[in-house]
Design a protein around this ligand. Structure first.
Ligand SMILES: C[C@H]1O[C@@H](n2cnc3c(N)ncnc32)[C@H](O)[C@@H]1O
Ligand SMILES: Cc1ncc(COP(=O)(O)O)c(N)n1
Ligand code: SF4
Ligand SMILES: [Zn+2]
Length: 609
């Protein structure tokens, strides 16, 4: 039988289900290094950029063990369980048998169409057997519960070293609910990271299959690829085949927290019929995913029955998948959202695994015309209320935000969210600042993302060039991640995060000193920087040349600037004169001046007819 997997990965043989992880850094100048903490098993990874002048620049690193030259990756076994002893040493978790895996977890019906079992048996995760953990007697084993009790966990110390801050500060931000550390006790492979407005801005990359395309292998590769370029978390938004197994492969191999929208899998379990959903099916799915190790879950509990009519006159209705599913359920039963009515029980389940809530914006605007409308802000009020209930019960909380919002309406979103949601971390999709550029929505949204992050958004959910058009592939994932790293870092700079500017300064120095190799290596994407440079000046001597093909040797302003400094010191006492330039440069400038005069000395030229 032909499956999509077979079409997508023709080279795969039985028994070789998944083999790929992207290993190694994109340039030999990046080296994995570690900062040692207070105990031998507390080693915080970072990336060291080794420059040609002998200096090194330390950078935050999300790529996991795959980029450590001493590590031998084996995606069939999974990553080492870094946090296992930290979790067990606290003495508050118990191992138990766990929920039995069922065929429907992977979308397999008892009566499979055309008589076949649709499960790709090659794909079952072959790694070590494990029994799930949970808080003993249902106790909250969350970083929030520990923080409130004044405990600095090894995870908090790890984060403090990673961010260059005091561990006590980390604890205090978590205790106040102003930051979250999404780390399920069943996901010991993760290198701890924090999401909060007073920390480095984080970015999330969405991956996952759909009913139309992609294989487990591709999704594992997208995950390692996304984290290699800097994704701080990854959401598996699979809605196609093998949902459970795809997620198992991703979790066991992921060095970053994994988020999901459990409602998608619950809907698969009822054959895609929203009205057949129930709290029981949803609850079962939540437990399945808690036991697997999902670190944070989008829950669309703020889509209340009475808010649904508020979307009736919108240009684009409800664009959130989860939001549209819950709205359909509420209307079909004329009952209140079961996520809202069972919210306390949901909190208690999440608390016993330390799964963080990402309270979903099911009524976010999906077009510029719908931005900041009544439905959107009504839901935000409810998310604020639910956030307080969750934290009260020890569960960590983030709040999801929009969407499609023009630049003049972005700040109001951040201001309202802070006020309504008690400064809980805001996690926004973009926002996209215009609707007119399908194919370039990483840019329309990167603009909004930079703005909202500057004003305090803690994590940015990326948007790829494929948004509104199709499922992103590996290249789209990279483009999305790099775009969002730019937005996040631009915000870190604007917020004055200590240390953020050192990276820019190092790159600017390399640029001004014509250390081309260092300029490439300090880039977010060294491969592209080098390739663009080499497109016009590929020869080795060009790597030390004092110009590039943009201006050429005679018009290189940085070369001219250097010369000024050599001949006139820093120039502060110089009188305006062209004596410091070489004859060629002076001639070049004169030619440009004549060209300008010939055009009538006008800066804006009339349009050609
Ligand atoms: C909420 C956002 O999630 C993204 N999204 C939904 N499903 C997937 C997937 N399988 N892969 C990547 N992104 C996805 C879309 O960009 C949507 O706008
Ligand atoms: C920032 C962010 N990321 C993912 C989702 C889930 O998607 P959906 O609401 O469409 O189900 C969301 N609501 N917000
Ligand atoms: S992205 Fe495609 S599938 Fe998703 S809501 Fe838009 S049109 Fe529908
Ligand atoms: Zn959209």
């Amino acid at each position: 039988m032909t499956t999509f997997d077979a079409q997508q990965s023709p080279a795969r043989k039985p028994g070789e289900a998944v083999t790929s992880a992207t290993t190694g850094y994109p340039t030999p100048a990046w080296r994995k290094a570690y900062r040692e903490g207070s105990r031998p098993d507390l080693r915080v990874p970072y990336r060291e950029v080794v420059l040609t002048n002998g200096k090194t620049v330390p950078l935050y690193d999300t790529s996991g063990p795959y980029t450590d030259a001493a590590y031998e990756p084996d995606v069939r076994r999974g990553l080492p369980p870094l946090r296992d002893s930290w979790i067990r040493q606290r003495g508050d978790v118990e191992e138990y048998d766990g929920r039995e895996a069922r065929p429907e977890d992977d979308g397999i019906k008892h009566t499979a169409p055309r008589g076949g079992d649709l499960r790709n048996l090659d794909a079952v995760f072959p790694g070590r057997a494990r029994r799930p953990l949970r808080g003993r007697d249902g106790v909250a084993v969350t970083q929030l519960a520990y923080a409130k009790r004044g405990i600095v966990t090894p995870e908090m110390e790890f984060i403090a070293l990673r961010e260059g801050l005091e561990a006590e500060f980390v604890r205090d931000e978590v205790a106040r609910g102003r930051a979250v550390i999404p780390l399920n006790v069943n996901h010991p492979e993760v290198e701890p990271a924090i999401i909060g407005t007073n920390f480095l801005v984080k970015i999330n990359a969405n991956i996952g299959n759909s009913a139309v395309t992609s294989s487990i292998e591709e999704e594992v590769e997208k995950m390692t690829w996304a984290t290699r370029w800097g994704a701080d978390t990854v959401m598996d938004l699979s809605t196609g085949r093998n949902i459970h197994t795809t997620r198992e492969w991703i979790l066991r191999n992921s060095p970053v927290p994994i988020g999901t929208v459990p409602l998608y899998q619950a809907l698969e379990k009822v054959d895609g019929k929203a009205e057949e959903l129930s709290w029981e099916v949803y609850r079962d799915t939540i437990i399945e995913q808690c036991e697997q190790g999902v670190d944070y879950m989008t829950v669309h509990a703020g889509v209340l029955l009475r808010y649904v009519p508020m979307t009736a006159r919108r240009k684009t209705g409800i664009v959130s998948r989860g939001g549209s599913i819950m709205a359909a359920w509420c209307l079909a039963h004329h009952q209140e959202n079961f996520l809202y009515t069972n919210f306390e029980e949901l909190c208690d389940i999440l608390a016993s695994y330390d799964v963080t809530f990402s309270l979903g914006d099911g009524l976010r605007p999906g077009s510029i015309a719908d931005a900041n409308d009544e439905a959107q802000f009504a839901e935000l009020q409810t998310l604020g209320e639910l956030g307080r209930i969750a934290r009260e019960r020890g569960v960590q909380v983030m709040i999801e935000g929009p969407g499609h919002v023009p630049m003049n309406k972005i700040k109001e979103n951040m201001d309202l969210q802070k006020e309504i949601c008690d400064e809980a971390p805001f996690y926004t999709l973009g926002p996209l600042t215009t609707d007119v550029a399908p194919g370039y929505d990483h840019i329309t949204s990167g603009i909004g993302a930079a703005m909202i992050a500057w004003w305090g958004t803690a994590m940015l959910c990326y948007v790829t060039p494929k948004e509104h058009l199709g499922l992103p592939n590996r290249d789209d994932v990279k483009t999305g991640v790099i775009t969002y790293k730019i937005a996040a870092h631009a915000a870190d700079l604007a917020k004055g995060h200590p240390g953020a500017q050192a990276w820019d300064d190092a790159l600017s120095d390399a640029r001004f000193e014509f250390r081309w190799q260092d300029q490439f290596d300090l880039a977010l994407d060294p491969e592209t920087a080098r390739a663009f440079h080499d497109e016009t000046l590929p020869a080795e001597p060009a790597k030390t040349a004092h110009f590039c093909s943009m201006c050429g040797p005679k018009f290189c302003s940085m070369k001219i600037s250097q010369k000024i400094r050599e001949e006139h010191g820093d120039g502060s006492t110089a009188v305006a004169t062209d004596a410091g330039f070489d004859a060629e440069a002076v001639a070049g400038m004169a030619a440009k001046s004549e060209e300008f005069a010939a055009s009538g000395n006008r800066v804006y030229l009339p349009l050609a007819d």
